[in-house]
Design a protein around this ligand. Structure first.
Ligand code: SF4
Length: 421
């Protein structure tokens, strides 16, 4: 058994099946299509007439890739109006249709699955940037549970993170305990989702402290400190702060406006931002303070009633994010991302949750009584595809939050607290 890796995955994972031409979005549109070296060589040596010229014309070698790297793409497919050149008029993959799935690149054959190898265990998750995956992950009323799914060959190359490769630092030794604490906390339905997130912020600060002091072996003590009385005291402190809808809307509006500058932003994302603005009268001469009133109304009248009934959606969104991003762990620069502390990663998560929630509040003001759980799932999917995969935007958003001095618990509260939820 030593040549094999144990596989764990959430209970929803095996239910995924790509819906191809029925997909309301497509992973072949709006992203760079990355080709790994092995697939590149396969395409270059292909001698099937209908494909070889297409491969020659549409695959370009990435000059920034020198040597072996899991992070810098080896080659790309040329895009045609932001879509993969191999996407047919019927929205099917030309390569898969004419050859087989085994000819797809690692990225194309893996997405929307995310594979990490954590402490010699292969973990598989789904990313909610795919509409079908979003439905499976978000709409499950039961808490996400990890199950054993058999064993895999050790020799795999489509993983995103392999903690074995970074085992220069001992910190992974204590990762299991801290992750389990965060997952248990985020699935504790005694508290609202926003209370759970706020407590997690305090926990991440404590983790960063012992990490800086090289005391990660004290993790058990930190976890023991976060007992029931301590959490209740924290909640009392959080309850004493009033929510600040004006600053919340101001910050999110700036972040959303800035997100629209990216060349890969899709029409579906623009449409939702537009509905958010229309729902709150954020366009034209309407006074911002009046939009804040609309924002509060939409929250209490349309958003909150629906989300109280479906609060597992944000819980699943956050837990799925934490699992696939191996949260809470310090992330080292990989050539594409910066070095982030555990608390930075927490703020990045809060940012995405806060932006999605505010976007939904505005959109609930647009749809009024027609605001539904399908809108919630669609908005989270479109937001994840356009924003959560954009490392450059996320980094700039984090810098903005730091510059606005909102990277503290009060700032987090401003971003995510709307009284009861
Ligand atoms: S986004 Fe998901 S469902 Fe849509 S084409 Fe891609 S894998 Fe299939």
């Amino acid at each position: 058994m030593s040549d094999l890796l144990e596989i764990i995955e959430p209970q929803y994972f095996s239910g995924f099946k790509c819906i191809a031409s029925d997909c309301p979005d497509s992973c072949c549109i709006g992203w760079d299509v990355v080709i790994d070296e092995e697939t590149y060589n396969k395409y270059k040596s292909c001698d099937i007439d209908i494909l070889k010229e297409s491969f020659r014309n549409n695959i370009v070698r990435n000059e920034n890739n020198i040597g072996i790297s899991n992070y810098i793409p080896y080659a790309f497919v040329k895009l045609n109006n932001n879509a993969c050149s191999f996407l047919t008029g019927e929205r099917l993959c030309f390569i898969q249709k004419n050859l087989s799935e085994s000819f797809l690149s690692q990225t194309c054959s893996t997405y929307p699955r995310v594979i990490n190898v954590v402490d010699s265990v292969l973990e598989r998750y789904l990313c909610v940037s795919c509409p079908e995956a979003a439905r499976l992950v978000l709409l499950n009323k039961d808490p996400i549970r990890l199950i054993n799914a058999g064993y895999s060959e050790k020799n795999i190359n489509n993983y995103r993170v392999n903690t074995l490769h970074t085992r220069g630092n001992d910190k992974y030794l204590f990762f299991k305990e801290s992750r389990q604490f965060c997952i248990d906390l985020m699935q504790n339905r005694m508290f609202t989702v926003w209370q759970r997130l706020l407590v997690m912020g305090e926990f991440c600060l404590a983790l960063d402290l012992i990490n800086h002091e090289d005391r990660m072996a004290d993790i058990e003590c930190v976890i023991a400190d976060f007992n029931k009385p301590f959490i209740n005291d924290l909640l009392k402190k959080f309850d004493s702060y009033d929510s600040d809808h004006t600053s919340q809307l101001q910050a999110v509006k700036i972040l959303l406006d800035y997100s629209l500058n990216d060349r890969f932003i899709s029409d579906r994302y623009r449409e939702y931002v537009n509905k958010f603005e229309q729902g709150l009268y954020l366009t034209g001469d309407y006074l911002f303070q009046n939009s804040v009133v609309e924002y509060k109304n939409a929250y209490f009248k349309y958003y909150s009633p629906l989300m109280i009934e479906h609060d597992y959606v944000f819980e699943n969104y956050i837990v799925n994010h934490m699992l696939k991003e191996i949260f809470p762990h310090v992330s080292h620069s990989n050539g594409l991302t910066a070095n982030y502390s555990i608390y930075d990663k927490y703020i990045l998560l809060v940012l995405q949750v806060a932006m999605t929630k505010s976007l939904l509040i505005g959109i609930s003001g647009y749809y009024n009584e027609k605001f539904s759980i399908e809108h919630v799932v669609n908005v989270i999917q479109v937001f994840t595809k356009n924003i959560s995969h954009n490392q450059i935007y996320l980094h700039q958003a984090l810098e903005f939050i730091k510059a606005a001095k909102m990277d503290n618990i009060e700032g987090v509260m401003t971003l995510i607290k709307n009284t009861c939820l």
